[in-house]
Design a binder for this molecule. Sequence first.
Ligand code: KIV
Length: 289
Amino acid sequence: MRVTTRDIQEMKARGEKIPVLTAYDYPSAKLLDEAGVPIILVGDSLAQVVLGYDSTLPVTMEEMLHHVRAVVRGAKRALVVADMPFMSYQVDASQALVNAGRFLQEGSAQAVKLEGGRRVAETVRRITQAGIPVMGHAGMTPQSVHQLGGYHVQGRDAKAAANLLADALALEEAGAFCVVLELVPAPLAKLLTQRLRVPTIGIGAGPDCDGQVQVYYDLLGLFTDFVPKHAKRYAAVAETIRAAVAAYVAEVQSGAFPTEKQSFTMDESALTGLLRPSPEGLRPHKREE
Ligand code: KIV
């Protein structure tokens, strides 16, 4: 049985922490699913960690849909949340609803995520009223990086903290089933977690959120351009890949790979007719002058 938004809310009620990870492809989704991760987010972080852009802004609806479908094929149990890319929900609530619907109809995701607080509350309401679950996202919202002047911690002074509380409450009131808090000081994230009925999912928001979300490639040590302060590496997959590729290159060059084990046999008498008596026979036919 697939995890539902209700299951996620019951986890908060039971005081059970909610581990969330991003994934962008079929084999990764399958592994996360087998490990029991209850929510897989197909994040627009895809733009940076998979597609190599320097922000999340360039990724498109079509690219997101392509990866959402792959993740859904791999995840049989986890709730799959599709991240709405930049400019897929900002123009108006109708455009947002159409695009959110595409993620469920064409991508088979079970929910969508969009960034912003009070400014997107009406859009969140419109989408949830259509029966599409929404994961909110407040605090540092990477799609607004140019307006925010960089990837900075949000809500550090009294006014900013009050604004963040108002944003999170507006998302809950508009029907979001949970709210991601990104780059929020731990004491403020704790207060928000106590004030909200729906779960908070932190990333760089301290240990008191109801759940945590991390970018899968950061956790694996597969994205090597930089390590965000909020991330913890649980593996060094980039080093494993480097070592494996170097061993392969060396074995191909030395002739150690492939061996008989990776090769296929045939009855070689079938080649008799193709054999020529001398190497001359193998040369292209030369026209007589
Ligand atoms: O795109 C993403 O991966 C995200 C998470 C980091 C919350 O939005």
